[in-house]
Design a protein around this ligand. Structure first.
Ligand SMILES: [Zn+2]
Length: 226
């Protein structure tokens, strides 16, 4: 590495040493992963984040530094006569059921999207394509576990999630604690970190007419301590 201050401010020096030089000499991203963690620069220099260094390259295991990330997820599924309604990883007695390639659990799909979105890993459709026959009827709890493993593998842990379910019926109040506990169990976090709100469709539109139900989720991640 060049001497401190050889060309301008220290952040330029690090960018040069860890982005330009490896590119120039064909050092690939895999080799670069073995360089000191970019996050450590921030502690030393006080100005760096991993995303500032080699931002155009795959960052793999080095993604999580001492920062935080927020992600959002949204999902809608059509309803048809039947039951029960799969929601938040549990079966709720109801006279309508979700239509979906997997088990149609819109709430867990929104949670998956929020986690994957926070880690910039795409969404549920990318990870579990509906063209893959293996995903037909698949348990969304298992899908959420897989998504959690991907996010955790990048060095992130969940601070909290907050969810909203949009459904005209059934009333979710009596199922609210069971859903929160089920999601907390899947995510291996305390139930206090799982927020759940419920809204009707005010009797209008696709939600209000019980043609569909929907869910949204926001997730906050932080870097795991090393
Ligand atoms: Zn879905």
């Amino acid at each position: 590495m060049r001497g401190k201050g050889a060309f301008g401010p220290p952040y330029f020096q690090l960018w040069f040493d860890f982005c330009i030089i490896p590119r120039k000499f064909g050092i690939n991203a895999q080799l670069r992963k073995n360089l000191p963690r970019a996050g450590s620069f921030r502690r030393v220099r006080g100005v760096f984040r991993n995303s500032d260094v080699c931002a155009s390259e795959p960052i793999g295991r080095n993604q999580a530094t001492d920062g935080m990330r927020v992600g959002i997820g949204h999902d809608t599924h059509r309803l048809r006569p039947g039951g029960p309604l799969r929601l938040g990883g549990i079966d709720i007695p109801h006279d309508r059921e979700s239509i979906g390639h997997s088990d149609g659990d819109a709430l867990l799909h929104a949670v998956i999207d929020a986690l994957l979105g926070a880690a910039a890993l795409g969404d549920v459709g990318l990870m579990f394509p509906d063209t893959d026959p293996d995903n037909r009827g698949r348990d969304s709890g298992e899908m959420l576990t897989t998504a959690l493993e991907a996010v955790s593998g990048l060095g992130w842990k969940i601070v909290n999630i907050d969810c909203i379910v949009f459904a005209q019926r059934p009333k979710l109040l009596t199922h609210r604690q069971a859903i929160r506990q089920r999601i907390a169990d899947i995510l291996e976090i305390e139930v206090e970190r799982v927020g759940l709100q419920a809204k009707t469709g005010e009797g209008i539109g696709l939600i209000g007419n019980e043609e569909a139900f929907a869910a949204q989720c926001v997730a906050l991640l932080e870097a795991k301590e090393e």
